[in-house]
Design a protein around this ligand. Structure first.
Ligand SMILES: [Ca+2]
Ligand SMILES: [Ca+2]
Ligand SMILES: [Ca+2]
Ligand SMILES: [Ca+2]
Length: 509
């Protein structure tokens, strides 16, 4: 399976920020304060939840009286490898059993991941601590058909251990990822600064807004949420939403109303407390139903007040990753057609990585989720973004006969001083519709409307292509949004420029 670029480059790329402080809130929760060049601030929330239930508290309720909504048959796993990874695995299991069958495709239970981990037995580490086996959390030699070393052999020493991972000290090559979500979440991996049992999640320090996965990708900040996304994608599913956000008791924008909306639409929510990751899977009024990673019994019901505390740890933030079934997406979008379907599909990119073909020298996605970069909505296409990069975004389109216009919005952000090194081109078939240099003198300082008359190609079917070629130094970007083919262009004039300069257009991937 794929090894993702962030894993390979995490140690090489110079960070875009300085760590301004490190705050140990409690033994299970540490916050690193990051300040970026542009003055924005993020927190790296390192969650290292206890492997056993701390108190003797009786959180368990009998029955389900007064439940407003609950995701039924919700899995329950005990702690192994890290609470965040166990939480991710419970969410994954729910999806595996509810519409996303490829989340787990191993040999157990006919490929349907069990609701509890008890069937896999236990194992002990060098300190003789016993943990459940759970192949969806962490692979292990001989477990569930896994051959060779797995997550446990490569990354685990003992709980809280900050020692370099065994594959580093042992000098062997890591196992290939593919089946265990803990790998992708970087849980327990010393190469990512995570002690055994811990996982990091980034949040904005001061803003109540979502910190999107696109932004974290851009800043090269691999965390648990990006890991869940990467795992879902590795299992063959696209993702429609991906972000971290502080909860409204913690100066954040994520409220009980938001939580209920996800539950009502069939999506469990990973919740980070002050030192523990848990999963919310139902609610009754302002009480939420949770899995706390300390029980394998699906009939034990634990609750906490929204915005309150559980086992003395206050709610902090959520990690939201919503998978999309490609086939469902197409059905949803294209079945209830009343009007003529658009000639360009997903022209505003709001459906994510679909309808367009994306090609990148570096293997990057060109369709990106970032509401700051997008002209409209949350998604856009980003070509270039690094040195030695050729990006091609294309879609085969059939033009009706008569006059049609191609229209789109683009923004150029380039570090090149000379207009001869990096270039862009728009093609229809083998015909060049538009081309130019990507260089600082051509920076648009915002989105520009462009309209091109396609009359010459009336009635033909050809590939519409947007191409960027960057040379070996000084990055250039071409951002696209709202690509459309229409009989009636939305503006009479050819180009309109917006005024304000925004350094965000100079970002690199
Ligand atoms: Ca399955
Ligand atoms: Ca480790
Ligand atoms: Ca858009
Ligand atoms: Ca260049």
């Amino acid at each position: 399976m794929t090894i993702y670029p962030d894993r390979a480059t995490a140690q090489e790329d110079a960070p875009n920020y300085v760590i301004q402080g490190r705050e140990e809130v409690n033994p299970y929760y540490t916050i690193e304060h990051l300040v970026f060049h542009d003055g924005s601030a993020m927190d790296r929330n390192i969650i290292n939840g206890p492997s056993k239930r701390p108190g003797n508290s009786e959180s368990s309720l009998s029955g389900e009286q007064g439940v407003d909504a609950i995701l039924s048959n919700f899995p329950s796993f005990s702690w192994v490898f890290g609470c965040s990874a166990v939480s991710g695995a419970m969410i994954t299991t729910y999806y595996d059993r509810n519409g996303f069958p490829n989340m787990y495709s191993g040999p157990t239970n006919g490929g349907v991941f069990p609701l509890t981990d008890t069937g896999f037995g236990t194992w002990r580490d060098s300190t003789n601590e016993a943990y459940p086996n759970n192949p969806l959390v962490a692979s292990k030699s001989g477990l569930d058909g896994h051959s060779g070393r797995g997550s446990i052999e490569d990354y685990w020493v003992s709980v809280d251990s900050s020692a370099p991972d065994p594959y580093i000290t042992g000098g062997w090559t890591q196992h290939l990822w593919g089946n265990s979500i803990g790998d992708y979440m970087k849980t327990s991996q010393s190469a990512f600064g995570n002690v055994d049992g811990s996982t990091a999640f980034y949040t904005w320090t001061n803003s109540p807004e979502k910190l999107t996965c696109a932004k974290m990708s851009v800043e090269n900040l691999p965390d648990g949420t990006l890991g869940i996304r990467d795992f879902f994608q590795a299992r063959g599913y696209l993702v429609s939403e991906c972000y971290n956000q502080k909860t409204d008791n913690n100066n954040g924008g994520f409220s009980l109303v938001d939580f209920k909306r996800y539950i009502d639409s069939g999506h469990p929510v990973l919740i980070n407390l002050e030192g523990h990751s848990i999963v919310g899977y139902g609610y009754s009024g302002s009480t939420i139903y949770i899995r706390d990673t300390w029980s394998s019994n699906v009939n034990e019901t634990f609750t906490m007040p929204w915005g309150g505390s559980y086992e003395g740890m206050q709610m902090q933030s959520v990690s939201v990753v919503v998978p999309v079934d490609h086939s469902q997406l197409h059905q949803k979008v294209y079945l209830p057609i009343i009007f003529t379907p658009p000639i360009i599909k997903n022209g505003n990119f709001e459906q994510g990585n679909t309808a367009w073909s994306e090609s990148s020298t570096h293997g990057w996605y060109l369709i990106y989720q970032d509401s700051e970069l997008a002209r409209d909505g949350e998604w856009l296409a980003w070509l270039g973004g690094g040195d030695n990069e050729r990006s091609v975004l294309s879609q085969v389109v059939t033009l009706p006969s008569g006059t049609n216009y191609l229209e789109f919005y683009y923004a150029i952000g380039s570090m090149e001083q000379g207009c001869q090194y990096d270039s862009y081109e728009v093609q229809f078939g083998n015909n060049t519709l538009l081309s130019g240099w990507l260089c600082a003198p051509n920076n648009t300082n915002g989105y520009v409307y462009k309209r091109i008359n396609l009359s010459a190609y009336s009635g033909t079917t050809q590939a519409l292509k947007f191409i960027v070629e960057n040379d070996a130094s000084d990055n250039s970007n071409l951002f696209l949004d709202d690509v459309n083919i229409t009989r009636q262009a939305s503006k009479a004039i050819d180009e309109t420029k917006t005024a304000s300069f925004d350094s965000i257009f100079l970002l690199e991937k």
